[in-house]
Ligand binder design. Sequence first.
Ligand code: AMP
Length: 204
Amino acid sequence: MNLILLGAPGAGKGSQAARLKERYGIPHISTGDAFRSNIAKGTEIGLYAKSFIDKGLLVPDEVVLKIVAARLSEPDCEKGFILDGFPRTVAQAEALDKMTKVDCVINFSVDRETVMRRLTGRRSCSCGGTFHISKLTSDVCPICGKKLYIRDDDKPEVISERLNVYEKTTAPVAEYYKAKGLLFEVDASKELDEVYDEIVKRLG
Ligand code: AMP
């Protein structure tokens, strides 16, 4: 199953992807995680991407497409994959269509206020875990024990810019898939378990 999780930053795509990956036994591919890993390793791509990410802007399509094409050609993607944070532009969606077949696109809809509350309270771990500050009792990761951090792009002014970019550039991607009959809407303002149940009901 080739699945895409679409939606604003903070909509909960990453949290659902982590669960869906376990259920369906297919890899979770997050372009944001790929960039953060490149930044942590100090690669050329990482340094280049950081200049966009820190401003809340999208990394240029050709760079993202190179990363995604390489990842999708790995053997673990043969049975399917979950794309999280890609495509974010119609040009990326068109390029993906040339690489592979998309089976289902889940559109996570959520209001701006909820996103702000989630992202300003988000604490992240290098293991990929993310947690809301209201549910934490310390500053270490409940999964792996490493120290949690606040992503540079989870600062309020950057969140605001990311949301503007989402509305202008990424929202049309939902229309692109709707026209193809592939879009499935979920109300992502609900609790994680409810959203998960809704998705699984649809996917089987
Ligand atoms: P995310 O973790 O998905 O919120 O991504 C963090 C940041 O990485 C985004 O705000 C963008 O700057 C960049 N990024 C991730 N995925 C893409 C993409 N598909 N196209 C362009 N930029 C991306």
